[in-house]
Design a protein around this ligand. Structure first.
Ligand SMILES: NC(=O)C1=CN([C@@H]2O[C@H](COP(=O)(O)OP(=O)(O)OC[C@H]3O[C@@H](n4cnc5c(N)ncnc54)[C@H](O)[C@@H]3O)[C@@H](O)[C@H]2O)C=CC1
Ligand SMILES: O=C(O)C(=O)Cc1ccc(O)cc1
Length: 360
């Protein structure tokens, strides 16, 4: 049998991300023993009950010195103080990493403090919080940023890269400052907007009527506001400099759009450009992953539709690489599927059209 990459691993903060890393390590036999620390006793109870980890601890202590790998997965606001506290127990030979959404301040504070520290950020998650929502699949096929600085040991960087690949994700090395500027726009600004849009609704005198009227658009745009408020608050505050610049740019764009309301032709051009940008978003990142060929199927609102579609394709030996429910309405919904090859997608199209589905 192959030797696991690590003997003992410790996860500090056993929530959505920490739990998903722990499950990935266990399911892929990358660690002999996974330990967890969390200040919330319910998180520890759940982690044990759901068999996410082997052992739990209510405080850091001597056990930390036995770890070969430590993963910090607490909210960004406590990562630095938690890392400094753990440094007094850590074995100098051990490897340490974090999965926080902001890299600049964390990498600066913990490099050279925790032994062999490497800052990372998996670009995957969900609007759920806590260990009960954790699953190994969350990290699979994700782009996982690794943010070294001049103090990061080469050997540690190589080990973390290997771990990310072994967890089924795609490592992408980006320096901390650039990372923070980019995620301010692609992740943190959308979070702030989701909070803002909900606030606008909550403060309206017709709040209840608005809630009743909210259709898919509002839901899609604000989904991330359902995540852990503490996690997202910490994330945006820790990246406030870069985020303020992004807010400033958005303000200018909003002003431009407001003015374009008086110039419908020009607004149409901007809307068309936005559609091109949005439609070019891949299910998976095409530059890093194999191309995925997509198909959208309209399904009526009747029981057994997902089974009918997947069984028809399964019986023809067609593998569905990705499956996403796009919309659910009373009159029916739509499912988007991804296939590895163009041939499989064409075959799938014919089969589904053959049994009466509208496909595009
Ligand atoms: N939620 C997401 O989609 C993503 C989150 N991240 C990052 O992962 C980290 C964890 O976030 P989630 O798992 O989503 O949050 P979560 O709320 O599901 O889990 C965080 C856990 O950390 C624990 N915790 C709080 N203070 C702690 C401390 N001082 N020491 C150790 N544990 C502590 C909490 O009790 C909780 O169990 C954050 O740094 C976040 O920025 C990164 C990528 C995606
Ligand atoms: O659910 C989503 O779409 C997210 O974007 C989740 C997410 C939250 C925080 C991160 O740092 C990265 C990803």
């Amino acid at each position: 049998m192959m030797k696991p990459l690590f003997r003992k691993v410790g996860i500090f903060g056993i929530g959505l991300l920490g739990g998903s890393v722990a499950l990935g390590l266990r399911e892929r036999f990358l660690a002999e023993e996974v330990h967890a620390y969390d200040p919330d006793p319910r998180a520890l109870e759940d982690a044990l009950a759901l068999q996410v980890v082997d052992r739990v601890h209510t405080a850091p202590g001597g056990w930390v010195g036995e770890l070969e790998l430590g993963v910090l997965a607490a909210p960004v606001g406590v990562l630095v103080e938690e890392g400094r506290r753990l440094a007094q127990y850590a074995n100098p030979q051990s490897l340490w990493m974090d999965v926080g959404s902001v890299k600049g301040p964390v990498v600066k504070a913990l490099s050279g403090v925790l032994p062999n520290f490497v800052g990372t950020h998996p670009m995957a998650g969900s609007e759920k919080a806590g260990v009960e929502a954790a699953h190994a699949g969350l990290l699979q096929n994700a782009v996982w940023v690794i943010s070294p600085n001049h103090q990061t040991p080469d050997e540690a960087l190589a080990q973390v890269r290997g771990l990310v690949e072994n967890l089924g994700a795609y490592p992408l090395v980006i320096p901390p400052e650039l990372h923070d500027r980019l995620v301010a726009r692609i992740s943190h600004l959308p979070y702030l907007l989701a909070i803002g849009l909900n606030r606008l609704v909550a403060q309206d005198p017709h709040h209840e009527l608005l809630m009743f009227l909210a259709a898919g658009g509002f839901r899609d745009l604000t989904r991330v506001a359902s995540g852990s408020p503490r996690m997202s608050r910490d994330m945006v505050v820790a990246n406030k400099e870069a985020l303020k610049e992004a807010v400033e740019d958005l303000r200018a764009v909003l002003l431009e759009l407001e003015n374009l309301l008086e110039r419908p032709e020009a607004l149409l051009e901007v809307a068309q450009e936005a559609k091109r940008t949005r439609d070019a978003l891949p299910i998976v990142r095409r530059s890093l992953l194999p191309v995925m060929h997509e198909l959208v199927v309209q399904v009526p609102d009747k029981p057994g539709q997902i089974a009918r579609v997947s069984t028809a394709l399964g019986e023809a030996g067609i593998n569905i690489k990705n499956f996403e429910v796009l919309a659910i309405r009373d009159e029916g919904g739509a499912i988007r599927m991804g296939f590895a090859t163009l041939e499989e997608r064409e075959q799938a199209r014919q089969i589904l059209q053959g049994i009466g589905y509208r496909v595009r």
